[in-house]
Every structure is written in C-alpha cells, then in structure tokens.
Design a protein around this ligand. Structure first.
Ligand SMILES: Nc1ncnc2c1ncn2[C@@H]1O[C@H](COP(=O)(O)OP(=O)(O)OP(=O)(O)O)[C@@H](O)[C@H]1O
Length: 230
C-alpha cells in the first residue's frame, strides 16, 4: 500500500431509494487516513455518518467507487474475504461497550484474537499488554458489570485493536461518559492510536474532542469536506 494510506475511499457513492424518494448520501466522496492519524467525523443527525462508517468498515457496499483497507481494494472481494478482512483489518468501537457480560475483561480482549487463530496463551499475553497500556491491567479478571463506564470503554478500545487492525472506526466512543471520564478515555485512545499506528475515524458531536484530532470532516451534499469549527 501507499505508505500513508491505511484507509482510502475513492469516488464513493451511495444512494437509498424508497419508492419515489431518492436519497443521495455519498456522492464521489474522497477520504484518506494515514497510519496513526485521527480524523473526527462531525455530522448532523441523518447526514450519513453511519452510512460512511458502515462502508469504511466493510459492513455495507458502496454503489460506486472503491474502499481500500491497508492498500487492498475491497470492492471485488467476495463475502467471505470481506468478512475475514473486516475481522483482521478493522476495529470497531461504539458508544456502548458491547462487551460480552459473561467473560472477563481479559477474555473479551482475547476473543477476537482467538477467532483469528491465535493460540490462547499468545492472545492472553497480548490482551494483558493492551489492558496495561490502557491503564486497566489490574482489572483484567473483572467482568464488565464490575467495571465503571470509563473502564468498560477502555476494554472495548483494547478489544478493537487486539488484532492490530489497519483501521479503527469509532462512533461516539465517549458519548456515554461524563466529561472528565470522557477526557481520560480519549487520552488513552489517542495514545493507543499513535503507538499502534492504526488509522482512526471517530464520529463525535463533541467539538472539544474533534479539536484534539488531526483533522475534522463532515458530510455536505454527499461530499466529504473539512469541518470548520468555531
Ligand atoms: N437502508 C436504508 N434505506 C433507506 N434510507 C436509509 C437507509 N439507511 C439510512 N437511510 C437514510 O439515509 C440517511 C442517512 O442515514 P445514516 O444512518 O447514515 O445517518 P446518520 O448521519 O448516521 O444519522 P444519526 O446520527 O441520526 O444516526 C437518513 O436520512 C436515513 O433515513
């Protein structure tokens, strides 16, 4: 891949048709995110934020254009290869942690690695390392219900990068936290992105967080354009 392109959207188009209605969500949209770069996606409700994240995350296919993940063109991949690519090369973080309640923090971070075929011991070592990095290593035996909201979200972030993905997609990753906790979790997320070299696209309505990223973008009539903050 081009050194500076962990995620690239090239001339991406997406429309929804419902009866007479014809909704253009993405129109020749262009986006490139380099390894270790953080891009804020700040878009009003209904502008197409989820559509963009789903297309970048290979959960949905564009009508036109191409998505490159780690330099690989994903448009022509069959369903099985896309799923494998999604599991290996893309990490997701949501507003709510979606951790598995019956497993410990460590096991939650081990699981995606074991699904990818890593031996249990190696997965455990990597999971502990990531939890330590997220400053939650001492809580690795706790189940999600025994963790605070900020701690749960740290585990979810560690899980998202467990397979060393090229791309991290996050949808309001601190949206459920109070401002102080949100700031701490965002600090940990930033350190992890910089250290791991994952390319991060982070949807947020929080302008303070958006300001702390490398760029902020928004959607305007289907185009991806810079978001101007006041
Ligand atoms: N499968 C679909 N069929 C028809 N219209 C859809 C479909 N999915 C989304 N839309 C419409 O496309 C537009 C963009 O949807 P999307 O979910 O991407 O918005 P969003 O920016 O993520 O909004 P929010 O922040 O409220 O979740 C909306 O007007 C939505 O109603």
């Amino acid at each position: 891949m081009a050194e500076n392109q962990a995620l690239r959207l090239e001339a991406v188009g997406k429309e929804y048709r419902q009866g007479e209605n014809h909704l253009v969500i993405l129109d020749a949209a262009e986006l490139t995110i380099a390894p270790g770069e953080m891009v804020a996606l700040v878009a009003p409700s209904g502008a197409g934020k989820s559509t963009l994240l789903h297309i970048a995350g290979l959960l949905d296919r564009p009508d036109r254009g191409e998505v490159f993940v780690g330099g690989v063109a994903c448009g022509t991949l069959g369903d099985e290869k896309r799923t494998a690519m999604r599991r290996q090369a893309i990490g997701f973080v949501y507003q709510f942690h979606h951790l598995l309640p019956e497993f410990s923090a460590l096991e939650n971070v081990m699981l995606p690695q074991m699904i990818a075929g890593l031996p249990r011991q190696d997965a455990a070592a990597r999971a502990q390392e990531l939890l330590d990095y997220m400053r939650i290593g001492a809580r690795s035996a706790h189940r999600p219900a025994e963790l605070s909201g900020g701690e749960q979200q740290r585990v979810a972030i560690a899980r998202a990068v467990a397979n060393s993905p090229h791309v991290l997609l996050a949808d309001e990753p601190t949206g459920n936290l109070d401002p102080t906790t949100s700031g701490y979790v965002f600090d940990a997320l930033t350190a992890l992105v910089r250290q791991s070299g994952v390319a991060a696209l982070i949807a947020t309505h929080n302008h303070d967080l958006a300001r702390r990223m490398d760029h902020a973008i928004t959607l305007d009539a289907g185009k991806i354009v810079p978001f101007e903050m006041d």
